[in-house]
Design a binder for this molecule. Structure first.
Ligand code: AMP
Ligand code: GLY
Length: 395
């Protein structure tokens, strides 16, 4: 099968690499200069048998619908399903209707009811933008004054969602859906804050690892039964034929797993640790789901994978771009290491906030971490920074 991957980040580099194990050919549009097979051709004009759409924006903009109406086989939801990520308020309403365990919340467009609702929470405030924010529109704080300011700022930009603060380890579960059925991939854990020890602002993700000891098979099965399948049923009720990834972002609270949010695409950088562990055929899985018939449980190596995101100076506030990247080839000489390229521009210079995902496979998470950091040590550009504590909580 000839596969076309749409997108240009580390997630798409990992998708293209793992799809390439069994595909006849893989092209990636637009890709980036660090990803082999990158072409600057619109997805509609590429000759392929299967289209896999990586990022949320083209999904929200209806790319999957346009391709499907041209008769193409597409893995990725239409604009109707992508609303799950495009509007947190709509997602929350659907979660409640589906009976999915989630944080108590309210969605507001006006200040007075928003502030009254904020007053019903005691110590931990969670304030979210009601719109696409690339994982960066969320404030979690114990400071009431900061929470009030943030509610006002988010109301000025549109709507705001206010939530009960939950605590516990966070996991990401990717459910591959065919409209009615779904199968889960191996869980991963992301590290959202920019700094070591979960300090500083939220980012798109600074590193990830898989498997996650707390996310046992029983936990994943529970999430599929109590959350993902009821969500698919609700989507069907609303006339949405959801063929793509439902990315469940969960907190394992003392009362059980609770849904923080859904995304309508693979996670970045979680994909960079989940897919390299896969031992079954990804092309067959995604093509089956795209055709409305997802079959067989995907299988995964017992090896662990860990990825470290190398970011540009001043990411996430104001990343500096255009710095030459050194040492990728050297880094890949470390056994088990692959470097997935994200914010990489022509001439191999930095062109985004998150630049590289240095990913290692090894028999244990500890060994994967040693390999990944040895490889990171071989890479450099002015101002490069990364977290030094990926998977620290489980070692
Ligand atoms: P989201 O974009 O909704 O996944 O939120 C981004 C991050 O904010 C999550 O990964 C969590 O770390 C944190 N977060 C979101 N909602 C909550 C909540 N209800 N309680 C505690 N932390 C949360
Ligand atoms: N790493 C989190 C996300 O992809 O949204």
């Amino acid at each position: 099968m000839r596969v076309c991957v749409v997108g240009g980040g580390g997630r798409e580099h990992a998708l293209a690499t793992v799809l390439g194990r069994t595909a006849t050919s893989v092209v990636i549009t637009p890709g980036n200069p660090g990803i082999p097979g990158s072409v600057a051709i619109p997805p509609e004009e590429i000759e392929a048998d299967l289209w896999v759409i990586g990022p949320e924006q083209p999904l929200v903009d209806g790319l999957a619908d346009r391709l499907r109406s041209a008769g193409k086989l597409v893995f990725g939801p239409g604009a109707d399903g992508a609303r799950l990520e495009g509007s947190k308020a709509w997602m929350k309403e659907l979660l409640v209707d589906a009976g999915v365990p989630t944080a108590r919340h309210g969605a507001f467009n006006d200040e007075a009811p928003a502030m009254a609702f904020l007053d019903t929470f005691g110590d931990l405030f969670v304030i979210k933008t009601d719109g696409l924010a690339a994982g960066k529109g969320v404030l979690v704080t114990t400071d009431r004054a900061e929470a009030i300011d943030d509610v006002r700022a988010k109301l000025r930009d549109g709507g705001v969602v206010i939530e009960e603060g939950l605590t516990g380890p966070e996991i990401s579960v990717f459910a591959v859906c065919d409209g009615t059925n779904a199968v889960a991939l191996a869980p991963a854990q992301d590290h959202k804050r920019v700094g070591d020890g979960d300090t500083g602002p939220n980012t798109g993700g600074m590193g990830a690892y898989s498997p996650v000891p707390a996310a046992t098979d029983d936990v994943v099965n529970l999430v599929m039964e109590s959350s993902v399948l009821p969500t698919l049923q609700q989507l069907t009720k609303r006339g949405v034929d959801y063929r793509g990834v439902l990315f469940a972002g969960l907190m394992l609270t003392p009362e059980g797993p609770k849904m923080l949010e859904y995304n309508v695409r693979f996670g970045d950088p979680e994909t960079q640790v989940v897919l390299p562990r896969m031992t079954s055929d990804l092309v067959e899985l995604l093509a089956g789901a795209a055709a409305g018939d997802v079959r067989g449980e995907p299988t995964f190596s017992t090896d662990a994978a860990l990825t470290v995101v190398c970011a540009s100076e001043h990411y996430p506030a104001a990343p500096r771009l255009g710095d030459p990247i050194q040492g990728i080839a050297d880094a890949e000489l470390v056994p088990g290491v692959t470097v997935f390229c994200a914010g990489v521009g022509p001439g191999m210079v930095t062109s985004g906030g998150r630049v590289l995902n240095v990913t290692a496979l090894a028999p244990t998470i500890g060994e994967a971490r040693e390999r990944a950091y040895e490889a990171v040590g071989r890479i450099s550009w002015p101002g490069m920074h990364y977290r030094t504590d990926i998977a620290g909580s489980v070692l």
